[in-house]
Ligand binder design. Structure first.
Ligand code: NDP
Length: 496
């Protein structure tokens, strides 16, 4: 089976033909061929999106009509949740229950932004008092225009929907380029969108590689905005491309998020959230809490329990019942993680458990869940995003030291703190330089709350009202009371 592109309301092959394999990371076997779109296909898709936007076929609809279509998309996803979740697991390797969460969240995201579009239209323009009674001024929000969206492989459908749903709700048109490593669920998203009756050209999908499809998309002169999720080096290239056309850009990049654990907390609860914070989705999570800071009096006991609980994690193919840790997405990412583990051997860090391929697995890109302790603060595993099931744990003595260590990173996507003392938790939350702070948990993510980072973790926010607003331009409309005279040239002349 070879997938197709979706351009201007039609499923089609790339102009130059060509495809690449979709690989199941649990078996290392190819299970489909993915259409390899290139610059010519991107150009056709962007032109279709431009034409659809400029015609007003979508942006000119009342919000209620757009919202009704978005709700049909939500229902279309829900109707196929089992099938799409199974495909996501096969493509990415994540455990099936986690894939189901993603797909259900994707459906909810369309419903949520349908509601925000209706609420925005009901509110209407916002009046502004300009301090001069001869003027009436108002602020109007309008769709930003044609959006180019480039998304990663860790939550393949959900990361796309975090962009597609608010963009469509706001009245934009969009060209989506998913990661070449996991494109399959986005092809299904295109089918659902097509079946929901979205007008031709409003949503377009071009699968392909970063250099051959992603770069031509970011360079395209007819785009108004680029929305990107991925690595810092690619984010830098995307921003450079956006600067050529002075286009709006939103970047959701990586992280090396800290989790501060105070000695007054329950060890079982701390271990549960440490495990979820780093081993959920195999640690392929931009907000993973991969640096753990534990108050010294709890440190030995916590490490013992963490080792025991980590070694009890069930590893296997994502579709096997009870599995909590699937294979790494692809050989390239697997080799990258093994490189980190290899270099860690001489870093001075103490290995607590894991550190390579788990026993009994001779096929599939499996990495044992790995814990390091007493990690030097300049070690690569403490400073750099690994994007795998690898966590580093260090002790601290004071609250101030914990905050300083937590903030000592170029990243600022997320952070977490755990203590029975809620006043202390909020005090720490305020001092952490990151866009998302969890108290007494790590990772729960809500469509209604803004998502994005400080520092090198990115620019802008997705989700929530902020995620909707990021697909809008702001326009002021100011009216002068024409019964009055302005009196600068003509009236001034008359009075001379
Ligand atoms: P990339 O940043 O390379 O890829 C993200 C997206 O950008 C993909 O769709 C990719 O396509 C595309 N892309 C690649 N090169 C270009 C380009 N020159 N112009 C435009 N688009 C491009 O991330 P990777 O998938 O390689 O992952 C590498 C690392 O990035 C991970 O180890 C992790 O650290 C981080 N990452 C962070 C994520 C997050 O959520 N913040 C998500 C994923 C990764 P293609 O896949 O075809 O290369």
């Amino acid at each position: 089976m070879t997938t197709e592109l979706y351009i201007d309301g039609q499923f089609c092959a790339p102009a130059a033909g060509g495809s690449f394999p979709a690989i199941d990371p649990a078996t290392e076997q190819e299970f489909a061929q993915v259409a390899a779109g290139q610059a010519e296909d991107i150009d056709r898709a962007v032109r279709a999106a431009r034409k659809a936007f400029d015609s007003g076929v979508w942006s000119g609809l009342p919000a209620a009509a757009r919202a009704a279509t978005l709700r049909r998309i939500a229902q279309g996803i829900r109707d196929r949740v089992d099938e799409i979740a199974a495909l996501e697991t096969r493509d990415n390797g994540k455990p099936l229950p986690e894939a189901r969460w993603d797909i259900e969240d994707a459906a909810f995201c369309f419903d949520y932004y349908a509601g925000l579009a209706e609420a925005a239209e009901a509110r209407g323009d916002t009046p502004v008092d300009v301090g001069d009674a001869r003027f009436e001024s108002r602020i109007r929000r309008e769709p930003v225009g044609v959006v180019g969206a480039i998304t990663p492989w860790n939550f393949p459908m959900l990361m796309a929907v975090w962009k597609v749903a608010p963009a469509l709700a706001a009245g934009c048109t969009i060209v989506l380029k998913p990661s070449e490593l996991c494109s399959m669920s986005c092809v299904e998203l295109a089918r659902v969108i097509d079946a929901a009756g979205v007008p031709a050209g409003v949503f377009n999908l071009v699968t392909g590689t970063g250099p051959e499809a992603g770069a031509p998309l970011t360079d395209h002169p007819l785009l108004d905005k680029i929305a990107f999720t991925g690595s810092v080096p690619t984010g830098r290239k995307v921003m450079r491309a956006a600067s050529q056309g002075i286009r709006t850009v939103s970047l959701e990049l990586g992280g090396k998020s800290p989790f501060i654990i105070f000695a007054d907390c329950d060890v079982e609860k701390a271990v549960e959230w440490i495990l979820f914070g780093i081993f959920w989705n195999k640690g392929e999570v931009c907000s993973a809490t991969s640096r753990i800071l534990v108050e010294r009096s709890l440190y030995p006991r916590l490490l013992d329990r963490l080792k025991q609980a980590t070694e009890a994690i069930t590893i296997g193919a994502g579709d096997e019942p009870g599995v909590k840790l699937g294979p790494i997405v692809a050989k390239s990412q697997y080799d990258k993680i093994l490189g980190f583990l290899d270099r860690a051997k001489t870093s001075g860090a103490r290995i607590v458990t894991g550190g390579g391929r788990p026993k009994g697995f001779d096929k599939g890109y499996y990495i044992a869940p790995t814990v390091y302790a007493d990690v030097p603060l300049d070690a690569e595993i403490w400073r750099e995003e690994i994007f795998g099931p690898v966590v580093s744990v260090n002790p601290f003595d004071t609250e101030a030291e914990a905050i300083a260590l937590a903030n000592d990173s170029p990243y600022g996507l997320a952070g977490a703190v755990m203590s029975d003392d809620l006043a202390r938790c909020y005090r720490v939350a305020v001092k952490l330089r990151a866009g998302i702070i969890w108290i007494n948990c790590s990772q729960p993510t809500f469509t209604q709350a803004p998502w994005g980072g400080f520092k090198s973790s990115g620019i802008g926010r997705e989700l929530g009202q902020a995620g909707y607003d990021s697909y809008l331009e702001t326009k002021q409309i100011t009216r002068f009371d024409h019964r009055q005279s302005w009196g600068w040239y003509l009236d001034a002349e008359a009075s001379q």
